[in-house]
Design a protein around this ligand. Sequence first.
Ligand code: NAD
Length: 289
Amino acid sequence: MSIAKIIDGKLFAQNLRTDIARRVAELKDKKNVTPGLAVILVGNDPASEVYVRNKNKQTIEAGMRSFEFNLPAETSEEELLKRIFELNNNPEVHGILVQLPLPAHINEDAVINAISPAKDVDGFTILNVGKLAIGGDAFIPCTPLGCLMLLRDSVGDLSGKHAIVIGRSNIVGKPMAALLLKESCTVTIAHSKTRDLPSILKTADIVVAAVGRPNMVKGEWLKQGAVVIDVGINRITQPDGKTKLVGDVDFASCEGIASAITPVPGGVGPMTIACLLENTLQAAKNIHG
Ligand code: NAD
């Protein structure tokens, strides 16, 4: 049994952030522009607070400006929209991110689409989603962008490969499928209503799992030598009562069949913030010619 190459997303993301810091310094030198990222958090969801803290820390480490807004859970939609319009018009801010999910009384679509598409570094506005769908230049949602970078790095040319994306969310599955199509893969999207996933997976050169079900994809479902990208982040309780993070892919049974595989943690996870910084730098460059 050959053992798959472990795709080290932590190291890849670290190298990417170092390179971004270098390019940020270059932009400051040449154009006197410091990229700025504004992150808005409404309410105090503990997981979101951790994400926002990490984003803030890594933004500053990359030499960018970080603008953090922690708004109370009872913030009205109108107040939030007003804040976004201010940030749209603030020349020091190049990227705007609203941490999801938002409290139930706020219309998420209305808020996301109030962000100027030029500052939409999450790639969630209708304009950027549409641009990606027609294969144009768009801000690409950070997690699928991170997956694509890892895939390009380990596979090289993706053209003609059969890629299966499991999951059809707007945040991961759909943009991932659009990106792979843009790379000239033959793309299959599987989801909760897909019949006989194991036999479909048998034909895949590339598998991207974004489901949210611990250890769902089994090694015997894979084609020998498939490249597996595991987006899932699931916290499970072990028999000893301790919790641990696992992906959507059953790593133990897949590592002997796949040719390369991302671990959880340390695979796709660290790529998301690094790609957010990449998009923010790109936004600053676009805005300042
Ligand atoms: P989601 O709940 O919005 O979507 C899950 C998708 O899985 C749905 O489209 C559904 O149709 C599909 N699905 C459900 N059961 C299935 C089954 N039995 N067979 C096939 N498909 C099935 O989730 P999401 O936001 O896309 O996130 C997916 C996973 O990725 C979660 O574990 C999430 O925590 C993780 N995630 C990680 C990152 C990161 O690494 N930075 C970012 C976003 C999401």
